[in-house]
Design a protein. Structure first.
Length: 547
């Protein structure tokens, strides 16, 4: 048995948010053959495939034609954590087969996949495979294709007219018996016929919820990092998301050009856009990812999160960064998974993170003052959450001795990042839903500002946390006691007159107790639910009536 390593063009299937797509790539397969005749047959089949795919011949010598499946799957899994991509501008640098750019385009993004000029036929082939086209106006219309579409439309229209004329000739008229029967037949179709028609039309005209999602646009362009950095062809600050999947290896000479491209093409985060850079590398190239991320952090980028995903080649390291991410800026930059996570051995260490001093040099910090009103249902020790206009998330514990309805003034010290609280009495007492919640005695307010037990809103060197609006957890409703029942009898026991059952009196023949559905106001126990008669009681009443 002889072993031969054969390079083959294969299709790889991916799934992005429940929608599948395919890309072609040059895969490495190990073939076994027992004779030279079989070897010659394999070579002959390979030549036939090359003849059918003449456009992809020059791509076979490029490293980008080989697809790292595990790394692309990990990158797609991270991209799924973001919301809808409809209307966003996405750029994939070093796309190779263009899997990430195609996935976002199928979700509604205006994507651009780029690589060297030798891999441009492969990118165009994968776009045609997934029926993706560039935006209107990006490419000049093909005259031959337009003429062919017009001729096809004219032919179809002529065939429809001929079919309609032929059907009109066979249509029975009023002079024939069939025509008279059709005229006298009832016009509405039976229900079963309408159901069958709907089922038959469902295949050709599915409902709106079964229609495929609206696709975006995707175009393939040839970009070399060094030439693009010197002679730009892409517009500045034109992309909301840039994906670089498995493009970092021994090519350290091109890292400076890649860094310049990321800084020029990405929309700055301080403009309010959820712009990010996603870097993914396999376990084999983990040191290169760490070195490049450290280089980006020195250039002003901020690390949001890092994620590992297992695969056949080992763990895949994924880093998400943003350009000039402000302290207390937009929460998670559009990625719901950008939470606080420890930096492990597969990502940048703590020394490469942005320091608070470096962040303060870029962003001016001013003293902030926030005024809050304690709700009427608040209790001492209740947790409150508040989101400031600039995106910070505050976690506040109601201090002891502060009754509901008080006005809290929060002031942040720019130097220590600590919040001070000053409580003031309310102008009017709040309305309490239950009398038991009203304070029994006046409570003294704190005379001096106190430091609240609150987590720091935004660590300068850590990733932002998800900010939420002001929300409260109401206390449990107190048990409805006898005193509450006596206080307001009509609230729990409204007067009600039940009708007689089978002509019998309102007293049960079994227990001799009143049969009202709600207990009376003079009942000494807690209010209960509606007391229904049992089926045995009704049966006995019916038997007595028959006797």
């Amino acid at each position: 048995m002889s072993h031969e390593v054969v390079m083959r063009w294969q299709r790889q299937k991916f799934c992005f948010r429940g929608q599948g797509f395919e890309v072609e790539h040059f895969d490495v397969a190990e073939a076994e053959s027992s004779s030279s005749g079989e070897d010659e047959e394999a070579v002959r089949a390979r030549r036939l495939r090359r003849d059918r795919e003449a456009r992809l011949q020059r791509c076979e010598t490029e490293l980008g034609a080989c697809l790292w499946i595990d790394t692309n799957r990990a990158a797609l899994q991270v991209l799924e954590d973001r919301g809808s991509y409809r209307g966003l501008r996405v750029l994939e640098l070093g796309a190779g087969a263009g899997a990430c750019g195609i996935a976002t385009a199928l979700d509604g993004a205006d994507a651009t996949v780029s690589d060297v000029d030798a891999l441009l036929p492969l990118l165009q082939r994968n776009l045609e495979l997934n029926q993706l086209r560039p935006e209107a106006g990006d490419e000049a219309p093909d005259e031959e294709a337009r003429e062919e579409e017009e001729a096809t439309a004219k032919t179809k229209a002529k065939m429809r007219r001929a079919k309609a004329e032929k059907a009109a000739e066979k249509e029975p008229t009023e002079s024939t018996a069939k025509g008279r029967r059709r005229r006298n037949a009832p016009s509405p179709r039976p229900f079963w016929h309408r159901c069958l028609v709907r089922l038959a039309c469902r295949k050709t005209h599915p409902p709106s919820w079964e229609l495929p999602r609206k696709k975006g646009s995707c175009q393939a362009v040839a970009i070399e990092w060094e030439k693009e950095a010197l002679h730009p062809t892409l517009p500045e600050k034109a992309f909301d998301l840039i994906v670089v999947c498995d493009c970092l290896y021994e090519n350290r000479d091109s890292w400076a050009a890649l860094q310049a491209l990321l800084a020029r093409l990405l929309v700055p985060a301080e403009s309010g856009a959820a712009s990010s850079v996603v870097l993914a590398s396999a376990e084999l190239r983990r040191p290169f990812l760490e070195a490049f991320v450290a280089q980006l952090l020195e250039a002003g980028f901020t690390l949001l999160t890092r994620r590992e995903d297992g695969g056949r080649l080992g763990e895949v390291s994924v880093a998400i960064l943003s350009r000039y991410q402000p302290v207390g800026g937009p929460a998670s930059n559009g990625f719901t998974q950008a939470q606080s996570a420890p930096i492990g051995e597969h990502g940048p260490n703590e020394e490469t993170l942005a320091t608070p001093e470096a962040a303060q040099d870029c962003i001016p910090v001013e003293e902030q003052e926030i005024t809050l009103t304690v709700p009427a249902i608040a209790q001492p020790g209740m947790k409150l959450q508040y989101r400031t206009p600039d995106g910070q998330e505050l976690r506040l514990t109601v201090p002891e001795g502060v009754p509901p309805g008080s006005v809290l003034t929060l002031t942040q010290d720019p130097a220590t990042k600590q919040w001070k609280c000053m409580a003031e009495p309310a102008d009017e007492p709040p309305d309490f839903p239950y009398p038991s919640q009203a304070p029994q005695a006046p409570v003294a307010y704190p005379a001096q500002p106190s430091t609240l037990p609150m987590a720091q809103a935004y660590p300068a060197q850590g990733p932002p946390q998800r900010a939420v609006n002001l929300s409260f957890v109401p206390p449990p409703v107190p048990a409805q006691s006898y005193a509450a029942t006596q206080m307001d009898p009509a609230r729990f026991n409204p007067p009600r007159q039940d009708p007689m059952v089978f002509g019998m009196p309102k007293t049960s023949c079994l227990s001799g107790t009143p049969t009202r559905r709600r207990q009376s106001a003079f009942w000494s126990g807690p209010p209960t639910r509606r007391c229904r008669r049992s089926w045995l009681d009704v049966l006995v009443r019916f038997s007595l009536r028959q006797c």
